[in-house]
Design a protein around this ligand. Structure first.
Ligand SMILES: Cc1ncc(COP(=O)(O)O)c(C=O)c1O
Length: 368
């Protein structure tokens, strides 16, 4: 089976972890600091704050931007539920704006939802494909809204050759399936020292400059030294990992026939292919699920990220009632992702494309 995800870990990560274990210094310390510094530099930001996961990073970033009860935050319904959960846990209400054919939040839909309670937009770079951040930032500026990027899937993505840190606060996940990983982990990047300071403090029980004197009720969202040690090695590998994912995506683009809709990236935007996502047009005989079943029968794992938009998920039916996001609902039914991680060989890639084209050529497939 060609798996849908596989971390790129080796002897360097093993050695880095063993070194930390032998040092006896396991909790947040010098390696976390070094990882933050290296990560900020790689993502084009002045400051980085490491956390225990991406959800905590997003939650802290929202708090640091002053988001709380009574506020509304516009976001995409086509994302991992953690995006909405982080908003909900601040006490704010997520407001779902439909996606366009890039599968990212539509500028037009977001603009229409801005109201007196709107405080921020959380655009998601779904599957590693940068959203139209320049246009969204201009919209946010006109309405005095914060932009907090959910870049959890987009480590290394750029717009006009600029890393996402150039466009304001962003959060990343370092979960096991992400392009680089620390097992679990997250990172907030920002060019605003007050945002970075607030996140750093809240992550560590709202510490102040006086030992064990706390100015607020904070959290324990710290990263461990073992995780940071892995992260430092992974970050050095990131350019190679991204290049390989792009190489595989380009091979898929060239080899997969027009029976499938391939990923669309905006001009000047560079996708990092956390997922390579295809769509099966509804007019085709084959449905998405039967294509997936046939691929799996032939040794190719696939995934759907995500099969139910958030406004239709049980905990968000209240926030989502009356919400119309037909673009996200359609995508949830007709999209699927194929393996694009560096563990996929050229031969695997050719086989996946061949299988897809063969399946598309078959007249009768099991109906939905
Ligand atoms: C788009 C998106 N947002 C938020 C998260 C949350 O990150 P984590 O799983 O590290 O908490 C993830 C990752 O899983 C994600 O893909």
């Amino acid at each position: 089976m060609i798996p849908i995800a596989r971390p790129t870990l080796g002897p360097e990560e093993e050695a880095a972890v063993i070194e930390v274990m032998r040092s006896g210094a396991l909790a947040q310390g010098e390696r976390v600091r070094q990882f933050e510094e290296a990560f900020a530099g790689a993502m084009g930001a002045q400051f980085a704050v490491a956390t225990c996961n991406g959800t905590a990073a997003l939650y802290l970033a929202l708090l640091a931007h002053g988001i709380g009860p009574g506020d509304e935050v516009i976001t995409s319904p086509l994302t991992f539920i953690a995006t909405a959960n982080a908003i909900r846990h601040t006490g704010a209400r997520p407001v779902f704006a439909d996606v366009d054919d890039t599968l990212n939040i539509s500028l037009e839909a977001a603009g229409k939802l801005i109201g007196p309670k709107t405080r921020a937009i959380v655009p998601v770079h779904l599957h590693g494909n940068p959203c139209d951040l320049r246009a969204l930032s201009a919209l946010a500026e006109r309405h005095h809204l914060a932009i907090i990027q959910d870049a959890c899937q987009a480590i290394g993505a750029t717009i006009d050759d600029k890393p996402l840190g150039n466009f304001g606060t962003a959060v990343y996940s370092l979960y096991a399936t992400k392009n680089i990983t620390t097992g679990e982990g997250g990172m907030i990047i920002s060019n605003d020292p007050a945002v970075a300071q607030a996140c750093a403090s809240l992550r560590h029980q709202a510490y102040s400059s006086r030992p064990y004197i706390h100015e607020a009720a904070g959290y324990n969202f710290r990263m461990t030294e073992m995780e940071a040690a892995i992260g430092l090695v992974q970050l050095r590998k990131l350019p190679r990992i991204t290049a390989r994912r792009r190489e595989l995506a380009a091979a898929y683009d060239a080899a997969i026939g027009d029976a499938y809709v391939r990923p669309r990236t905006l001009p000047g935007h560079r996708h990092v292919y956390h997922q390579y996502t295809l769509r099966v047009p509804r007019s085709e005989v084959q449905s998405r699920d039967s294509v997936r079943e046939e691929l799996e029968r032939n040794g190719v794992a696939t995934g759907v990220y995500y099969p139910l938009p958030i406004h239709l998920q049980p905990p968000y039916l209240v926030d989502g009632s009356g919400v119309s996001c037909p673009g996200a609902e359609r995508a949830a039914l007709d999209m699927f992702s194929i393996p694009v991680h560096p563990g996929v060989s050229d031969g695997d890639c050719a086989l996946v494309a061949e299988q897809l084209n063969r399946i598309a050529g078959q007249v009768k497939l099991q109906a939905r």
